[in-house]
Write a protein that binds this ligand. Structure first.
Ligand code: GLC
Ligand code: GLC
Length: 817
């Protein structure tokens, strides 16, 4: 049940699927995401953040100042004037001490309440489904014994659309800003007169007694958001912005009798107009679409209906996989927050967070394929579309653009390809997709190369070319050439850069490219086996056998050339020297090759697999998780590249790069060691860190990309929360390999690998529209061996559950033994 036990900064409310923050002074802004298709907002626990339409760089609605002071500057702010007291219900920006504060981050919404001198303001923020706007539903309540005469000011600062230009091109931008005000709606129409067919609005469903649209007029000279002049004097200026920085601020006078409540619905929205309908009069924007949107949310009843639609949507999504165990932390991580983070990562890729500025890179080929394994069971149709988009940026030889642009869906030529782990991730995502959905038809889709339709082949052929890319690009030890980098973007073995303005990712100063990757070798065996299995499913026996020959050769090459005695080597460098060996002074052992080789089962027959895992436990594991390499580099090594630029214990140099920890968890399950697999899971799973919240700094409900490692100056401190492959991989590790509910071509496969002292747990899994209610019993303290399985009371042979008619429900008992 829900853990209502209050911690220093907040607690989980599992019944409501919320994290409840009880103080605005969290160690770092703790954010949430609103929106799930086109209109998105980031919102912190003090209402900081911003909104954008589809693209955080090119269509940013509101301004946000990254890496500024005070931290988290910019947001949707409210100011309440109550006699001599001025306060903000989300604490910021005024930072007046509140009598009570609470922020509830839920699934696609946040509710922030503040109370001061008997007045409570509670604001529910969400993006209604199918709408291009953010609702801010404020309820003001007077619980004092006297009548309150309040003055309410809202505030949003417009971004001039292109977020990068907005923060650099002041010689132009200070002259372009334009607004219109009509009734209670403030319209932001910068550049609408020329090439933009979109504008934004900020409205409230009450008549207003004034407004401001000019930031400098609202704030007064030299003031910050914490001391606006109009708020201080309690009177708006009704300013109209001409250039400089346009804002939207409503002014409302509210009188509340004792016990009285009033609701105000603010909407911050985006509208696109057809070219020929842009104007209603010369220079006056056509507001019909905007007004229609505003009207859809102009009453509490309408807002509540739409909010219920959102919560129902999430309840339904999160009903597809539900674990019920005695461990409430496990339940909340698996059932709520991990899946939620998977969806946010799907929507955002690596674009917009409090660590990703929304103006940077496009979507990664490898990142997107991996993200997919965490959300495919939630939104399979969108996974299908994503796969086709990704595969369309592949080259004819099976390699791929490393990134692509979400708006154009084209490969990013500035970055190019040559990250040699990229091709095989496509095999993973496609096989995972088919196992989840049973939709083999995707393999027949005609998919272009380099977005050139004339070169299209079947998607299956794309997988074959992915596979062949590896076999066509082997180095002198029979191991795959690494190219610019493999999964570890910072292990740049052909880069050799002494020029600070060169990119480690795209520079290759060393001709010849001899360096080989053991990580890709393990990845090739792991996903190569998936490819073989797929071929067999399709009856392509000859292709399966051909592929088996290559995979077997790779296993032999790894055993012959990639075993260091106690663990797997990481690579061979550009000179053919070993990387990740006991012979080196630093970085003797790396995690990635241990992860991929053990997940692939390499060395299970001769003890290498177990020994590799034991070495991870001995050298890489620590209290906060498993570090990437050890001992960390202490100086720049030109032949290794960016990895050696990070101070010890951070990022790819000895940090706990949470993305790769689940590879080891899965490796442990391959070895049959459920205790150790689960112990690693709890080391980094957010729900288990309640004693480390302050140290971690970042949100206690989501994974961060990195936790500082044991050699860091600040071990245990997390950074880069939210947008990371960590979410998807940990979800797969816990649900499929530890809890052991694994989609397979012919049905759900049951293969738990759990701590021996777990006696029972159950999982409700909706798989291809059939609900399986599975109880796993373990009275004799096993970890993974199955005694018997019954389905609706009948014993079945093997461990794959039969398929049934859509909509039906079946009871499964699994007895370990
Ligand atoms: C980041 C990148 C990912 C890479 C990882 C390790 O998470 O998004 O592509 O694999 O860093 O370098
Ligand atoms: C490093 C970062 C990763 C990023 C890459 C390229 O690998 O860890 O997050 O993708 O650099 O900028």
């Amino acid at each position: 049940m829900s853990n209502q036990q209050e911690q220093e900064y907040g607690y989980f409310d599992d019944v409501a699927k919320e994290y409840v923050i009880t103080t605005p002074k969290t160690p770092y802004p703790w954010i949430n995401y609103l929106g799930d298709t086109a209109f998105f907002s980031l919102i912190s626990n003090t209402a900081g953040g911003y909104s954008f339409y589809k693209d955080a760089k090119f269509r940013r609605l509101t301004r946000y100042r990254y890496n500024n002071v005070p931290v988290d500057t910019g947001g949707r702010y409210f100011y309440i004037v109550d006699g001599d007291t001025v306060w903000s219900p989300a604490w910021k920006p005024l930072k007046t001490e509140l009598d009570h504060y609470e922020c509830r981050h839920g699934m696609g919404y946040s509710r922030i309440s503040g109370m001061k001198d008997g007045v409570t303001s509670s604001v529910l923020f969400f993006v209604p489904q199918g709408e291009d706007l953010e609702v801010q539903h404020m309820t003001l309540t007077n619980s004092s014994l006297t009548t309150k005469k309040l003055k309410l000011f809202s505030f949003a600062e417009w971004c001039l659309w292109n977020a990068e230009d907005d923060m650099t091109n002041f010689q132009r931008n200070f002259s372009t800003g334009q607004v219109e005000v009509e009734g209670s709606v403030i319209y932001h129409k910068t550049e609408y007169r020329e090439r933009r067919n979109h504008f934004a609005f900020y409205s409230v469903n009450e008549s207003i007694q004034g407004f401001d649209t000019c930031r400098d007029s609202f704030l007064g000279d030299y003031n910050g958001f914490d001391s606006p002049e109009v708020v201080a004097k309690g009177q708006p200026n009704n300013s109209i912005a001409h250039g400089w920085s346009p804002i939207g601020s409503h002014y409302i006078e509210v009188e509340l009798a004792p016990g009285e409540s009033r609701d105000f619905i603010f909407t911050l929205g985006y509208v696109e107009m057809p070219q020929e309908q842009k104007w209603q009069a010369p220079g006056v924007i056509n507001k019909t679409k905007a007004l229609a949107a505003i009207e859809r949310f102009d009453s509490v009843a309408k807002v509540e209906k739409s909010f219920k639609q959102l919560t129902d949507y999430w309840d339904d999504l999160l009903s597809k996989f539900v674990v019920i165990s005695d461990d409430e932390r496990l339940n909340r991580g698996v059932n709520i927050w991990n899946q939620y983070q998977n969806m946010v990562t799907f929507n955002m890729s690596r674009s917009a967070s409090y660590f990703e500025s929304g103006i940077g890179r496009g979507m990664g080929f490898r990142d997107s394929n991996q993200d997919l394994i965490g959300f495919v069971h939630l939104v399979p149709e969108r996974a299908r579309e994503r796969i086709i988009d990704i595969a369309s940026t592949q080259f004819e030889d099976g390699s791929a653009y490393h990134q692509y642009q979400p708006l154009t869906k084209r490969g990013n030529a500035a970055v190019g390809g040559n990250f040699n782990d990229d091709p095989m991730w496509l095999v993973q995502s496609v096989t995972v997709y088919i196992k989840e959905t049973g939709d083999f038809s995707i393999l027949e889709e005609q998919v272009p190369y380099d977005n050139d339709e004339s070169k299209a082949t079947s998607l299956f052929e794309h997988l074959t070319r992915s596979f062949n890319f590896i076999t066509h690009n082997l180095g002198e030890h029979g191991l795959p050439l690494i190219g610019r980098a493999d999964w570890n973007d910072c292990l740049n073995l052909n880069c050799f850069s002494m020029e600070p303005n060169e990119s480690f990712q795209t520079t290759e100063n060393k001709e010849g490219g001899r360096a080989e990757s053991v990580m890709i070798a393990g990845q090739f065996v792991l996903f190569g086996n998936d490819y073989i299995e797929l071929c067999r499913q399709l009856g392509k026996t000859a292709e399966a056998e051909r592929a088996e020959g290559h995979v077997e050769q790779m296993v032999q090459a790894i055993k012959a050339h990639a075993w260091d005695g106690e663990w797997f080597l990481r690579a061979y460098d550009a000179f053919g020297k070993k990387v990740g060996t006991h012979e080196a002074d630093e970085s003797k052992i790396f995690i990635e090759s241990q992860g991929f080789c053990t997940m692939a089962g390499i060395g299970k027959d001769d003890g290498k697999l177990q020994q590799s895992l034991d070495s991870v436990n001995k050298y890489l594991a620590c209290d906060y998780g498993i570090v990437l390499n050890y001992p960390a580099f202490t100086e720049y090594k030109i032949e290794y590249g960016e990895i050696s630029t990070y101070p010890q214990g951070y990022k790819e140099n000895g940090g706990i790069f949470c993305h790769n920890n689940p590879w080891i968890m899965i490796g442990e399950t391959v070895a049959g060691n459920g205790d150790r697999a689960f112990e690693y899971y709890t080391k980094i799973a957010p729900a288990y860190q309640d004693d480390k919240v302050k140290l971690h700094k970042t949100e206690p409900y989501v994974y961060a990309q990195m936790i500082a490692g044991k050699e860091a100056a600040t071990p245990g401190q997390a950074k880069n929360s939210w947008l990371t492959g960590t979410a998807a991989w940990n979800y797969v590790a816990i649900t499929q390999y530890i809890l052991g509910i694994k989609p397979h071509y012919n049905g759900l496969q049951i293969a738990p690998c759990i701590p021996r002292d777990w006696t029972e747990y159950s999982v409700k899994r909706v798989f291809r529209d059939v609900t399986y209610d599975i109880t796993i019993k373990n009275p004799e303290q096993h970890s993974s061996s199955i005694g018997w399985i019954t389905v609706d009371g009948e014993r079945i042979a093997g461990n794959v559950l039969p398929m049934f008619e859509a909509g039906s429900l079946h009871k499964v008992i699994v007895m370990l033994g």
